[in-house]
Design a protein around this ligand. Structure first.
Ligand code: COA
Length: 282
């Protein structure tokens, strides 16, 4: 049993008051208190059956296996150790989502998702084919799979949202970076007036050309989850200096919430213009 007369229980822990149903418990004040009792390694045997004879050799072997827990006091912390984390199910949870790099096999899925854009802003099927074959590592999808019954065959996952990008040497998205090189199937890189058309494999900016979510799944945090996951992956892979995107005014705060800076009006005339340049430095 814990010593209830201990002065520790009167003190708030890290300035926090104990919860009302945690009366009478106390947390150790220092790291040394945690080392009062060590639970020995039993090699999978129940504690009561384990042979705890003093054996120097054995002790040396299992030194790293000791757990710094005051075993006598474990029952004093039921609230802290056993309460499951609170998680309210969201609409996103209901999709059982997973993210995955896209490949050429996803072209038709992307064409479907792209219908989220007004027609004049949509990427063509051929552009998807070009981008997914040239730089699939820069294209990420969020998929959903229904929960399966026991003998049901695994269906094809549904693409719910995508991020499609290429590289550019410019710090912001340019019209040239959004274009489809006319001879992309024959030429590795196409240069016009000193500027690479489409994907510039030496560019250190990742230019996002499309972030879209199927209309029926918008407003469920799919877009923001996908965007966070995308940025994190690119950061972790250390493959670029920045991620750039163009967006219309109402979506600027959406991108700013992920760390993009608004660099003002974009020179891009794609889809009629009126875009803002946004840059996320990595
Ligand atoms: C923009 C888009 C990708 C957002 O995806 P989503 O899954 O619907 O967004 P989320 O559910 O993650 O929403 C995140 C936040 O962004 C805001 N937001 C989403 N779409 C918005 C829009 N069109 N205008 C302004 N704010 C928007 C939401 O208010 C939400 O904030 P909240 O969580 O505080 O309510 C999606 O609406 C879409 O595909 N739109 C059409 C294509 C498009 O415009 N793409 C962007 C090109 S720059």
């Amino acid at each position: 049993m814990a010593d209830h007369s201990s002065p520790l229980r009167e003190e708030p822990i890290n300035g926090l008051k104990p919860l009302s149903n945690a009366d009478g418990f106390s947390l150790p004040a220092t790291g040394n208190d945690l080392e009062r009792v060590e639970i020995p390694y039993t090699g999978g045997q129940p504690l009561e059956d384990a042979d705890f004879e003093d054996d120097d050799d054995e002790e040396e072997e299992v030194e790293g296996e000791y757990v710094a827990v005051d075993h006598d006091d474990v029952n004093e912390y039921p609230y802290w150790f056993r309460r499951p984390p609170v998680h309210h199910r969201t609409k996103l949870d209901e999709l059982h989502p997973f993210v995955q790099v896209l490949t050429e096999s996803n072209v038709d899925d992307c064409v479907k998702v792209e219908q989220a854009f007004p027609e004049h802003e949509r990427c063509s099927r051929e552009k998807f084919l070009y981008r997914l074959s040239r730089c699939p590592e820069l294209c990420l999808g969020l998929f959903t799979l229904p929960i399966l019954g026991e003998d049901e065959p695994k269906p094809r996952p549904t693409l719910v949202g995508h991020v499609i990008a290429t590289r550019t040497s410019s710090p912001v998205v340019t019209d040239k970076s959004m274009e489809l090189p006319p001879k992309w199937q024959e030429e590795r890189m196409t240069v016009e007036n000193g500027e690479v058309v489409g994907h510039d494999e030496y560019g250190s900016t990742i230019a996002i050309h499309s972030l879209a979510v199927l209309p029926e799944h918008q407003g469920k945090q799919v877009g923001s989850t996908l965007m966070k996951s995308y940025i994190q992956r690119i950061k972790d892979a250390q493959i670029a200096d920045r991620i750039s995107i163009i967006a219309h005014g109402p979506l600027v705060p959406f991108y700013e919430s992920f760390g993009f800076d608004n660099r003002g009006p974009s020179k891009c005339q794609f889809g009629g213009g009126g875009w803002e340049d946004l840059v996320c430095s990595l």
